[in-house]
Design a protein around this ligand. Structure first.
Ligand code: HEM
Length: 534
């Protein structure tokens, strides 16, 4: 008894419990608890119901694929394996058309024939502009990248060709310096600088030399932009899984997906370039000038056809677009930034992989150097449109590299109409993806897909394959608008470099390339090769 009385509940504690209990009722906490519990149960039930719906969805559509987990769907596999390996593995297991879930979003991956499916792009950048607005901007921009325009730009005196040439010459000087040291070249580092200088020069109207002047304010901002926006970090995961929440947080200024200071810098920069051009204070024939020239040409009465290869007349007519207006300063800025995002890493990465492939395959490199020498001999050493158009083996080397290492590992689309193929149904509105990497490494289309064999792109071999077996620049009306420009840039640089240097494998060159999980076809270790003066 003494023990019990010793541990008697103190009066203070009793009072406190009593007052808490009263408060719970008075302030309706209890009611809130009940309401909260009901809502949670409802959410849970809804969640379970959705999960069951997800599990049934692809079964009902006759599309094979793995069973989804609650909330994350099958995204854990993408996260662990990376897009490249995930796409190859899932297609090996389930076939050429597979359905799976990225979070709660269903995605159909397909390397089957798909060109009759009408499409609308999904990619974040591409959703910025839609329908008429996109068509109009695309039509204006396309005129800056037609073969005719690029060809006429190849008179050395002015125009974009000159700017690309200047950037290539800066790189050449840099290679000389490297040659004086140990000759080891971090290909990504130097080709990134080259690619950045070309875009700065041709799309932002500013000459930069990022190899020699990395502290330049413009270059610093571009680096910042890329550091913050393209890494596959937690912010990207947020955009991916919870795009609405991401948009809300960004609007409220609670999270910064893009460095705003840098965006404002670009805005002021482009505004001042446009101001100088309009007032004839500066003359430069680049992308911005091409757009401004449209304004002066009273385009309202004209129509411009978007040039698309490999499409039938009906589809072409559908995309015949009246040009209603010219671009505002903001639209010009957006396109310049888009070019930076779309053209910087894609081009530099391709150049890196070409240098790597040449270093690892000396016989092919010798053949290419021979072609460069022969063609330049015939053209008095001039690197111009005519001379580079004669370099067919160079085309093969570039294409084979783009096959092995396509910078865009997937194309994402939304089905704009119901579609049925082999009993499998893709309903309108569903996301479907073409896994370009997996397509380019399909051994049935490309035997020994990991071997570098440029002759795969000889006319004879190429004609045995369908056009849609090779998609480094995408397909359809929204394919890469910068394709011709990118190929021109790559060919000019390769010609200038290979006329004086060759690449060689060194002890830092990786024997085999592993791709990281970023979804941008980046190698896991730096591609270092030795560069030799010929
Ligand atoms: C080797 C270099 C390049 C590769 C492999 C590449 C690849 C691609 C791919 C796969 C797409 C998506 C196409 C689709 O969805 O069907 C694309 C779109 C695009 N690319 Fe490129 N690209 C390269 C260089 C460039 C360059 C240098 C520029 C600009 C100067 C550029 C500008 C664009 C733009 C603006 C789009 C969006 C087109 C639209 O939405 O209408 N690209 N690119």
């Amino acid at each position: 008894m003494a023990f019990i009385s010793k541990f008697k509940v103190p009066d203070e504690l009793l009072k406190l419990t009593e007052s808490l209990w009263n408060e719970l009722f008075e302030k309706k906490y209890f009611a809130s608890l009940i309401l909260g519990g009901t809502i949670s149960t409802f959410i849970l039930l809804n969640f379970i119901n959705n999960w069951f719906k997800q599990k049934r969805l692809f079964k009902n559509l006759n599309i094979p694929g793995p069973s989804p987990m609650p909330l994350i769907g099958n995204f854990h596999n993408v996260f662990i394996q990376g897009f490249v390996n995930h796409d190859i593995n899932i297609m090996k297991k389930y076939g050429r058309t597979v359905g799976y879930f990225e979070g709660s979003s269903p995605v159909v991956l397909t390397t089957d024939r798909f060109e009759s499916l009408e499409v609308e792009p999904l990619d974040k950048l591409m959703t910025v502009l839609k329908d008429e607005e996109w068509k109009n901007v695309r039509a204006i921009i396309t005129t800056a990248f037609t073969t005719g325009k690029l060809k006429s730009n190849l008179s050395y005196e002015t125009h974009m060709y000159k700017y690309i040439h200047e950037c290539a010459e800066n790189l050449e000087k840099f290679l000389d310096k490297i040659g004086e040291k140990d000759g080891c070249l971090d290909t990504k580092e130097v080709f990134s600088c080259f690619s950045l200088d070309v875009i700065s020069s041709c799309c932002f109207g500013i000459s930069t030399n990022s190899l020699d002047d990395p502290d330049n304010e413009f270059i610093q901002h571009v680096q910042k932009f890329f550091e913050n926006s393209v890494r596959f970090d937690s912010k990207l995961v947020l955009i991916f899984f919870f795009p609405k929440l991401a948009g809300y947080l960004s609007q409220k200024g609670l999270i910064e997906f893009f460095p705003m200071k840098t965006l404002r810098f670009f805005e002021e920069f482009i505004n001042s370039v446009i101001h100088r051009r309009k007032n004839k204070l500066e003359i430069r024939d680049d992308f911005i000038q091409n757009i401004l020239d449209h304004e002066e040409n009273d385009l309202e009465k004209k129509t411009q056809e978007i040039k698309i290869e490999n499409l039938d007349e009906n589809v072409k007519n559908k995309w015949k677009t009246p040009l209603k207006k010219t671009l505002t300063n903001k639209e010009i800025l957006s396109q310049s930034i888009l070019f930076l995002l779309a053209g910087y890493e894609t081009t530099s990465q391709t150049l890196s992989y070409i240098a790597y492939n040449l270093a690892m395959n000396p016989n092919d490199q010798e053949k290419l150097i021979q072609e460069v020498d022969d063609v330049l001999d015939r053209h008095d050493g001039k690197v111009n449109y005519e001379s580079i158009s004669e370099m067919h083996f160079m085309d093969n080397v570039i294409n084979e590299t783009l096959r092995m290492f396509p910078p865009a590992v997937r194309l994402d689309r939304i089905a704009s109409a119901d579609y049925e193929y082999n009993g499998m149904k893709i309903p309108k509105g569903m996301v479907w993806s073409v896994p370009i990497w997996a397509l380019h490494h399909d051994p049935e289309i490309y035997p020994e897909p990991d071997c570098f064999r440029p002759e795969r792109f000889d006319e004879k071999e190429k004609n045995l394959r369908e056009n849609v077996a090779f998609l480094p620049f995408g397909a359809g009306p929204r394919n890469c608008v910068g394709m011709r420009f990118a190929l021109l840039e790559i060919k000019i640089l390769l010609t200038i470099v290979l006329s004086k240097y060759s690449f060689e494998k060194c002890d830092k060159t990786p024997e085999k390339i592993q791709i990281d999980n970023s979804g941008f076809a980046r190698p896991t270790c730096p591609l270092i090769v030795k560069v030799n003066r010929r």
